[in-house]
Design a protein around this ligand. Sequence first.
Ligand SMILES: *Cc1c(COP(=O)(O)O)cnc(C)c1O
Length: 374
Amino acid sequence: MSVSFLDRAVSGVHALRPYEPGKPVEELQRELGLSDVIKLASNENPLGPGPRALAALRDATPGFAAYPDGTGFRLKHKLADHLDIDPARIALGNGSNDVIDLLARVFLGPGRAAIFSEYAFAIYALVVRAVGAEAKVAAARPRDDAMSLGHDLDRFRELLDESVRLIYIANPNNPTGTWLAPDALVAFLDAVPEDVVVVLDEAYREYMDPALLVPSRHLLDRHPNLVVTRTFSKIHGLAGLRIGYALGDANVINLVNRVRQPFNANSFAMVAAEAALDDAEHVARSASLNRTGREWLRAALTERGLATLPSQANFITVDVGRPASVVFDGLLREGVIVRPLGGYGLPQSLRVTVGTEPQNQRFIAALQRVLDGG
Ligand SMILES: *Cc1c(COP(=O)(O)O)cnc(C)c1O
């Protein structure tokens, strides 16, 4: 008799499927015998880490055998200086996904609920359901809206009830690239009960037009129920090292530290992150390359009659007007890896990360060939 381990799993796991990451470059090269594959699928920085982070990693002293500093003393103090915040208000994570998960483990469980948007970052549904909590999904803005498929905070408010303990907001959101007007977010925070924790995920903050930035550091002081998460995976180019953090009220951060594995942030990630914080030049160069590339891509896609979503992030989501999985496969054969969004409920959309200028040109040329051929 074979055991159905699915029946034995906690109920929240039944609704989950393993997360499908973007295909690794090496795998596609092996499969197709291609040598020159580009990956524009995981919103990584095409410039990689900055020179300061690389130099710090080269000179890193911690060694492989020693456990990392479980308090993250140096990185937290560096962040504290940068952000003018008490280190007791910072929790480090093995990527910001880790702190997003830790917050669910602190505040959610069976009989409790979290709100997030339709077409929001996939990790929210994963962490909420994994702990047996209810996911209340707020309908996104309509397609013909200026902020097409973006978060609709009015819908969030309608879903508030006694069971809701946590709200996840991504600004900008992945995979839509959409953002919230700062005053809309401020009004939302004023309306949410002060014992409901609002997680503002700012993974792409550094890519935004400065005029659109939410004053999140200032809002943290006004709203003890606000938690802001940030990462070194995106503009700092350190996704492979896994390091991110949460900022919040010291009492909330204390709860996160209760469930956190003591060595969740590794030595090398912390060393690189510290140096990356000092590399304003690399951040500026990356943001500028992204802005130019994003505008160029958007124009090139629009010129070909394809509808794109507005984006303040380092990617563009495009409606290819046919099953995106077919276009995705065609692009793979051209050696270009992008992200099909069927898993997000957008079966005609692809998300493409803004690359370097030659990478963007290669993507558009390959897309043209695929669309012409099919
Ligand atoms: C990429 C991304 C993150 C960052 O994940 P890490 O675990 O820090 O690599 C967080 N939120 C969103 C919306 C993202 O797209």
